[in-house]
Design a protein around this ligand. Sequence first.
Ligand code: PAF
Length: 280
Amino acid sequence: MQTIQSVNEMQSHAIGLRSSGRLIGLVPTMGNLHEGHLSLVDIAKERADKVIVSIFVNPTQFGPNEDFDKYPRTLEADMEKCRARGVDIVFAPSMSEIYPPGYSTYVNEEKLSAGLCGVSRPNHFRGVTTVVLKLFNITRPDIAVFGQKDAQQCAVIKKMVADMNVPTEIVIGPTARDADGLATSSRNAYLTDFQRQDALTIPRALQEGKRLVDQGVRQVDRVVAEITHQLSLSRRIRMIYVQIVDRDTMEPAREIIPGRQIVCLAAWVDQTRLIDNILL
Ligand code: PAF
């Protein structure tokens, strides 16, 4: 496995791979790799000849009072996991490689980014689309794999790729869950055992909502009310939003049409912000 830190080196290497006919698969990450990321690596390996994992904690997607400083940075362990999983290249640039002094260009998707997490994290998706487009320009991937857990991020990136004519196929891998049902996330590392027990209310509440839909309920309010009620049973959880939206456009649903929509949820578990979702 190769480790590359320089943007120029990564870009010329990727251009070389492409001109020799290799298909490049990229898994963009902020490190602290867990099974969720590694399941995306497996998908990339099935679809591409060379798999690149990028590891970069991107400051522009964090708000001023968010967890950028304390976000777990575990590069050595991450590289070991990548090596064991058969990754070809880890691209781990420094801050000044990605955002050199004087950096001033940003990519902003203006519609799908506006709701859900966009309300409580106003510049978050602008940071995501900016760094993802930069990573695409640097690593020249034929496919890039993202996790369904970040449903809005997936929709925003697909839209950015379509709007900006980026020649990269966006592949979405299913949400990986730990044995207890919690969606894997680097932020789970912030949870104490007690907080984690409460956090399990999140996937259970989503399952309850899905159960109603499977029983034939089609009223959005009824399903949202049930999920909200389930969350309120846990004293450590403060709901940020629960919304049923179209899975591609992120537009709020008026009535439930199974197969087309998704329940998106964000909640605080004490000081930790978690998101999850379930397809209806
Ligand atoms: O999902 C993430 O880890 C990040 O948002 C991403 C896509 C790597 C961009 O920094």
